[in-house]
Design a binder for this molecule. Sequence first.
Ligand code: BTN
Length: 259
Amino acid sequence: MTAFDMERILAETMVRRIEYRPEIASTNDLAIELATAGADIFPSLTVTDRQTGGRGRGANQWWAADGALTFSLTIDAQANSLEPHSWPKMSLTVGLSVCETLEHLLAGRRVHLKWPNDVYLERRKVCGVLVETIAPRPGLIVIGIGINVNNTFVDAPVERCSIATSMSDVTARSFDLTDVLIRQLQQIERRIKTVVADSADLAEAWRTRCMLEGRTLSIELGPRRLTGVCHGIDDDGALIIQTEGGIERCFAGSISQIH
Ligand code: BTN
């Protein structure tokens, strides 16, 4: 039996349609498949108890053992007044919304945002975000989120447990997945409103949680690699790097090393 209470999700969030699968390769893939086939009720949620082939940014994979929360929310940008110029802020904004959810549920724990969209709990990765658009449905945005909730890394190989954690590993208790999901969906909705309003609080909120600020790092920008000291995140979501050649503002890229 699933841990998700569909009636509560529909009653307490902006979600208007739910596609649940006990097991699926990727909730983002299912969302894209449904939208491509002509789905027309949004926001829609694709959610599963067991995701077996989760995708991450670039060539990354997302491993989710039982007890993890993996879902995708598909929104109609126009219906949410999200102008295309604000779409590049979405990944960072969604990452921020996860930080805020975890801060609420885990009061007193350190939660940080690793640009562009990873969330770290007590210095280990607890969540990944994958925001995608759909070529045949250009007005739709798929927000895929994986949060390590009740799964554990305690018995994982050292190379994994040293970099990943879960909410239950940190607190030694378990969480109701419906409660976490509802809180997270509500926080995304709140944060989308601040993107639309172009609110100054948005940039301030991701700046104060930036885990890279002050660190020397390397970032891969396609064939180019930059190394320098991170000066935080700009109002438009760019990562600011002080390199030997001057200030660089990065809108995309992958952090390959934190020195
Ligand atoms: C990353 O770490 O690079 C991002 C990982 C994103 C994983 C989530 S889990 C739900 C959704 N479905 C997927 O296939 N990926 C995202």
